[in-house]
Design a protein around this ligand. Structure first.
Ligand code: HEC
Ligand code: HEC
Ligand code: HEC
Ligand code: HEC
Ligand code: HEC
Ligand code: HEC
Ligand code: HEC
Ligand code: HEC
Ligand code: HEC
Length: 255
């Protein structure tokens, strides 16, 4: 068990924790038996600290004295609980239960993570963005103009892979996310500022209520009202063909 894991386990208090600890302790004795036949599971560079605590920490309802093994509980593979619950015995539930939950969680944590070991950081079964492309069409992230962080595979720079309090699994309002990397856009001449004293209300300013996006029902006006966050057929990631000249403005300011 790594130092971090040890410190972590001993820091946890309460009945559930002591149950887990006793499972971990008894597993230490059983462990060599498991790895004799299953060594491949923990051979990769990144090994889950929970595995180092013992196989029966999670496979608590398994009698492995014969082959095939006997599942003594209700859950497949002799697991102590169904996946979400199993993993959240040790991992902070709050991170996975914010207002907007990624539908992928419904497919189990192992839709993305290997519970034992992995060649990839964070025990990911594949690296981002290949992991995301398993379920999200690649076409939505490729094309004529691709946003640099998207072509760089940095999906998790903008999205939380688990849950968030905002639509589209964003950490904050769209404009706040954008301005983290484009703070300069507010200083230079841009349709956002400089065109008028107030400029476009993009959602980062202190307003009692955000302004509605005139073109996209149900969404707040933001940088993403004019720009695609991922890819576009038009320069500067615009949603609307700028060759239309003032037509771009007239889409929202008809006259
Ligand atoms: C953190 C919890 C956890 C620990 C610790 C753990 N496992 Fe697993 N194991 C799982 C889960 C969850 C699955 C089911 C994976 C799935 O269905 O995708 C699984 C599946 C398996 C399987 C089925 C084959 C596979 O890869 O799906 C084997 C064999 C296995 N575990 C053996 C072990 C052994 C041996 C250890 C100790 C070295 C161990 N496990 C430790 C959670 C754990
Ligand atoms: C003598 C070799 C051997 C030992 C020791 C052993 N296993 Fe296995 N295990 C196997 C084989 C072979 C299979 C695949 C056949 C089967 O499905 O049962 C298997 C399958 C499994 C599965 C998948 C079961 C399923 O329902 O898909 C799990 C989980 C597992 N082992 C966990 C463990 C754990 C935990 C230990 C230690 C407590 C352990 N094994 C010890 C050989 C072994
Ligand atoms: C017995 C407690 C325990 C259980 C159960 C458990 N984990 Fe962990 N897990 C840990 C500890 C301890 C760490 C290392 C400290 C940390 O990063 O939080 C860890 C780390 C991780 C990491 C980060 C690895 C890294 O390299 O940073 C992931 C991902 C993870 N666990 C996923 C899961 C999944 C998925 C499950 C359910 C199949 C699960 N865990 C169940 C204790 C547990
Ligand atoms: C859609 C894929 C996906 C699913 C499903 C998923 N995760 Fe993750 N998880 C990720 C990615 C991607 C990261 C790395 C995030 C980063 O690098 O910032 C991660 C990171 C983690 C970490 C490391 C700490 C952190 O928050 O960055 C833990 C622990 C973890 N996941 C646990 C879980 C558990 C438990 C579940 C199931 C309840 C789960 N994950 C389901 C994709 C997923
Ligand atoms: C620069 C920040 C950023 C990056 C990087 C990014 N996204 Fe997004 N994504 C957004 C924003 C902002 C929205 C919501 C836009 C809106 O208001 O409609 C979004 C929406 C989405 C949606 C919801 C459906 C849709 O298209 O509106 C999915 C799915 C998605 N992103 C997946 C990904 C994946 C996969 C990657 C990596 C290949 C990625 N995103 C990279 C900012 C980003
Ligand atoms: C196992 C399948 C799976 C994987 C892997 C996966 N997703 Fe998803 N994701 C879904 C499903 C299903 C939905 C809901 C339907 C939809 O919007 O396409 C979704 C929705 C989303 C949304 C919109 C959420 C909302 O409610 O507004 C975003 C953003 C997103 N995923 C980002 C990502 C990113 C980033 C990754 C990689 C780290 C990823 N997804 C990996 C299945 C997956
Ligand atoms: C993680 C950092 C990051 C975030 C977050 C981010 N961007 Fe970018 N963006 C870049 C980089 C890097 C470039 C390319 C270098 C440059 O032109 O400044 C870029 C370029 C652009 C361009 C010019 C594209 C072109 O083809 O000339 C636009 C427009 C843009 N971003 C809009 C947005 C919007 C809208 C958001 C929020 C949804 C956003 N950015 C969030 C990093 C980011
Ligand atoms: C009302 C529509 C609109 C809104 C809202 C908007 N933009 Fe733009 N943006 C444009 C247009 C049009 C261009 C191309 C002309 C130009 O460079 O001024 C552009 C250009 C850009 C560029 C490229 C600048 C360069 O020098 O290449 C970036 C980066 C950018 N916008 C980021 C943002 C961010 C971040 C936000 C939100 C804070 C935002 N935009 C809000 C219309 C908009
Ligand atoms: C996607 C829709 C959209 C596009 C495209 C757009 N605007 Fe706007 N614009 C808005 C919204 C929404 C407001 C805020 C109205 C309010 O405050 O109720 C606004 C406000 C303004 C204001 C008033 C700011 C103030 O001082 O009160 C000006 C000036 C303006 N836009 C100019 C333009 C110009 C020039 C273009 C073309 C480069 C353009 N807009 C493109 C949606 C858009």
């Amino acid at each position: 068990m790594g130092m971090d894991a040890k410190r972590w386990l001993s820091a946890v208090a309460g009945a559930a924790a002591s149950l887990l600890l006793s499972a971990a302790n008894s597993a230490l004795a059983a462990e060599p038996d498991c790895t004799r036949c299953h060594s491949a599971l923990s051979k990769h560079k990144v090994v889950h600290a929970a595995v180092q605590a013992g196989c029966t920490t999670c496979h608590a309802a398994l009698d492995a004295s014969a082959i095939p093994h006997k599942v003594t509980g209700k859950v497949a593979k002799g697991l102590a609980a169904e996946q979400g619950e199993l993993c959240l015995t040790c991992h902070d539930k709050e991170k996975f239960t914010k207002k907007v939950v990624h539908a992928a969680l419904g497919m189990g944590c192992t839709a993305c993570h290997d519970p034992h070991s992995s060649p990839n950081e964070k025990l990911l079964s594949k690296r981002v963005p290949d992991l995301c492309s398993d379920c999200h069409a690649k076409d939505d992230f490729t094309g004529k103009v691709v946003h640099a962080p998207v072509s760089g595979g940095m999906c998790v720079a903008c999205h939380d892979p688990h849950s968030a309090d905002r639509a589209a699994l964003l950490a904050g309002p769209v404009s706040v996310v954008c301005l983290e990397c484009h703070a300069d856009i507010k200083k230079r001449p841009h349709v956002v500022s400089g065109f008028s004293a107030r400029g476009h209300p993009i959602g980062d300013e202190a307003r009692a209520r955000p302004v509605a996006d005139p073109l996209r029902a149900g969404k707040d006006f933001s940088c993403a009202s004019c720009h695609e966050p991922h890819r576009s057929s038009f320069p500067k990631l615009l949603r609307i063909d700028p060759k239309a000249g003032m037509g771009l403005c007239q889409k929202c300011h008809p006259k």
